[in-house]
Design a protein around this ligand. Structure first.
Ligand SMILES: [Zn+2]
Length: 225
């Protein structure tokens, strides 16, 4: 067993789950994990079909994008993933995909407000829109970094797709599922033409504080490794 094997295997497992959920097609999207105790990440390679990754093809690179292990070229979005890990020390796993209803909001350029308790508890009070820039460009990385300070766990990438963060890969995936469910229902609600009710501020503020306390605890845990 190599020292990165457990990360490689988990990235492959969840890449296949993202594909089987229909959240992406072909080689679109990318999945990564931060390597515990190192400034490095395991990430899917560029241009390979999601359903056919093997653990040996997962790339290990440091947060300055220098290769550590792997024979394939890392995803074009590796810079975006590294920037999230540098700027959100509570995050240990990231999924980027192109699922349908999140993509609707990527086209109409509208954030998703707080509409369900379970989304509020796990993602935060808003799924905000990160302004468009070309995939893989430094501008896209800058635009992502400019929104991370809201401390939420999901984002819409304008005219592109979706980004989900988590303290674990399991949570990043669960957040992606919640995000797509909320986007689907919110879309259907908007289609009725009726007013959409959102959660009251008296609930949003304290629940979001709980989420942030969990993030602070993870940042403290990692700082003591
Ligand atoms: Zn993409």
């Amino acid at each position: 067993m190599g020292k990165y094997d457990e990360y490689r295997e988990k990235v492959v497992e969840y890449s296949k789950m993202v594909f089987s959920k229909g959240y992406t097609a072909g080689s679109g999207g990318n999945v990564s994990m931060l390597i515990e105790g190192e400034n490095a990440l395991a990430i899917t390679p560029s241009g390979k079909d999601y359903s056919r990754f093997t653990p040996a093809e997962i790339c290990i690179v440091d947060l300055d994008l220098q290769p550590i292990e792997g024979t394939m070229r890392p995803s074009i979005e590796t810079g975006m993933h590294a920037a999230v890990y540098k700027n959100r020390r509570d995050v240990n796993a990231i999924i980027h995909a192109h699922q349908t209803f999140a993509s609707v909001f990527a086209l109409i350029n509208e954030p998703i407000p707080p509409i369900f308790d379970e989304v509020l508890f796990n993602i935060g009070p808003v799924v905000d829109v990160i302004p468009y820039a070309l995939s893989g460009s430094p501008e896209l990385v800058e635009n992502v970094v400019s929104k991370l300070g809201n401390r939420c766990n999901c984002y819409i990438l304008q005219n592109h797709g979706a980004l989900s963060l988590g303290q674990t890969m399991e949570k990043a995936f669960a957040n992606m599922e919640l995000f797509e469910k909320a986007a689907t229902v919110y879309h259907h609600a908007l289609c009725t033409g009726r007013a959409v009710s959102t959660l009251p501020e008296s609930v949003v503020t304290p629940i979001f504080q709980l989420l942030q306390m969990g993030q602070d605890a993870e940042i403290k845990r990692k700082s003591e490794i």
